[in-house]
Design a protein around this ligand. Structure first.
Ligand code: SAM
Length: 275
């Protein structure tokens, strides 16, 4: 039998991660049903046989590179708990910049918003938690992602979000929105980062796009103008090296006041424009 502290000390050497201690603490908290504060308060607590066996299983999978969020089945986004699985992207902190930008540009209490490629529902549900009277529609092309987003919506009790399966705008007929947001796939098929870290366990359908990662952003920019109300706003997340290319795409498709906002690390991350 080993204590919390002994398990942490032994396992930390085994994990190839930027945040090995945090990863292990999160796994132990998940396993023991306790907070990180509890781990710090009771480092001498012994794991029982079942807990130790389960920890060994989790550790083995983490050593093999599986994302912590897949091992615990959840990830926090916008301070809300989201269920995650292999059907879509694990929500990233950088995407909170998109939520913040929408909220700062759209203070009104009523609006119709569309989230394209909703995945877990992270963006749509974060916005719904702040704007109870907005009518929010969220779509994804993957049925398993649609089911996951619906599960998260129901668990969070956010009734103002309508979720449906759609290949971008295909199931939306001639519906119009005041705001359209998207964090679409934007990684180039040849990007070597696809062979590193968490993305190895996330689906290609959530990550990769043709035209050096810009194909889906082009489709969205081309089609969104037909679904935006007058002075409507389009915002997309993209890679930090894609700001200039996305601004050019937005201008090509007739958007005005096009600008790029940066993430917490000061890198280009979101481009927006009005129609
Ligand atoms: C980068 S993930 C973003 C997930 C989520 N919005 C987030 O920010 O965490 C892109 C999402 O777009 C979805 N997607 C890919 N192609 C699509 C398409 N043609 N129509 C609708 N959704 C699509 C994927 O299934 C995936 O869930």
């Amino acid at each position: 039998m080993a204590t919390v502290k002994e398990n942490l000390q032994r396992a930390i050497e085994l994990i190839d991660s930027d945040t090995p201690r945090l990863d292990l603490e999160v796994l132990l908290c998940h396993l023991l049903g306790k907070s990180r504060a509890w781990l710090y308060t009771w480092p001498e607590q012994l794991l029982n046989d079942d807990q130790q066996a389960e920890f060994e299983q989790l550790l083995k999978r983490r050593v093999a590179g599986e994302p912590v969020a897949h091992l615990t089945g959840s990830r926090e986004f916008w301070s809300l708990p989201f269920k995650v699985n292999r059907s879509t992207l694990i929500p990233r902190p950088d995407t909170e910049v998109l939520v913040e930008t929408v909220l700062s540009l759209c203070p009104q209490e009523s609006a119709r918003l569309l989230d394209l490629g909703t995945g877990t529902g992270a963006i749509a549900l974060a916005l719904a938690s702040e704007k109870k009277h907005w009518q929010i529609t969220a779509v994804d092309t993957m049925p398993a992602a649609v089911a996951l987003a619906e599960e998260n919506r129901d668990a969070l009790g956010l009734g103002n979000v309508h979720i449906l399966q759609s290949d971008w705008f295909s199931a939306l007929a001639d519906a119009t929105f005041d705001v359209i947001v998207s964090n679409p796939p934007y990684i180039d098929t040849q990007d070597p980062h696809l062979r590193e870290g968490d993305v190895r366990f996330e689906p290609v359908s959530a990550l990769v796009a043709g035209e050096k990662g810009l194909a889906d952003i082009r489709t969205i920019a081309a089609q969104a103008s037909g679904h935006l109300s007058e002075n409507g706003l389009l915002l997309v997340e993209h890679g930090w090296e894609q700001g200039k290319a996305v601004r050019e795409l937005f201008s090509e498709y007739g958007y005005n006041n096009v600008e790029t906002r940066r993430d917490y690390a000061g890198r280009d991350r979101i481009t927006l424009g009005r129609i």
